[in-house]
Write a protein that binds this ligand. Structure first.
Ligand code: ZN
Length: 234
């Protein structure tokens, strides 16, 4: 029947396309096999052994006072498996590592024996967010908030101006670059104690500006929490 021929005809290119795509994928996997971002083992982006190593990586709780009213607590130095794992989360889309980081911050926070009313994160600039597709600090903060049962307010801080990359800038230049970048959403944070989450503490310029914005918005007390700190911070 002629109309049956018309129905079958378009299916051929689709089937052929799927086969070609599958063969191309096999070819790419053969030429560039995925490797664990920590130990280099072939076939996975982050292997089970390195997941166990990361989960068991000891907490080295360090507190850095950036001002009289703002301190940042970090769970370790930016080196070894912590540095590799953060790099894999930020640049290689290994987002399955988020829950381990969330659990790590939860243990760190419980150790502090303090209370808080809300959790937020350092907001990412629109250009970088479009490029990367996700904000790693947002993902970690969500996972952390879920574990410690403290409300997560992702929009507590907004970026009101774009900044140039902080890489290669001096401490003073970073501070100037970040001035007036953030604004707090006042209604939900007024009179409350908040935690700002970020992945790494370097000079503290970004986190300090976030804390200033939250205080300007009426927060009662603000803490910073990061997975790692640059070794030269302390
Ligand atoms: Zn591995």
């Amino acid at each position: 029947m002629p109309d049956m021929i018309i129905e079958e005809a378009p299916q051929r290119p689709v089937g052929l396309f799927l086969i070609i795509r599958q063969i191309s994928q096999w070819g790419l996997d053969l030429l560039f096999p995925p490797r664990c971002g920590n130990c280099g083992r072939v076939d996975v982006g982050w292997c089970d052994d390195c997941t166990t190593l990361l989960a068991e990586c000891p907490l080295v709780s360090k507190l850095k006072s950036l001002s009289e009213t703002f301190s940042v607590i970090s769970s370790g130095v930016h080196e070894g498996i912590l540095r590799e794992a953060l790099h894999n989360l930020k640049y290689l889309r290994q987002t399955q590592l988020v829950s381990l980081f969330g659990a790590r911050l939860a243990s760190l926070w419980v150790e502090q024996n303090r209370s808080a009313d809300f959790i937020t994160c350092v907001p990412m600039g629109m250009n970088r967010l479009k490029e990367r597709g996700y904000n790693q600090a947002d993902l970690i903060a969500q996972s952390f908030a879920y574990r410690v049962h403290i409300p997560y307010i992702p929009h507590a801080l907004t970026r009101v101006k774009e900044t140039i990359s902080q890489v290669g800038l001096s401490a003073q230049e970073r501070q100037n670059n970040m001035r007036g970048v953030f604004k707090a959403q006042s209604e939900e944070i007024r009179g409350k104690i908040g935690i700002i989450v970020d992945d790494v503490l370097t000079t503290g310029a970004t986190l300090s500006e976030c804390a200033n914005a939250l205080y300007d918005g009426g927060a009662k007390r603000v803490y910073g929490l990061t997975i790692t700190r640059a070794s030269d911070v302390f």
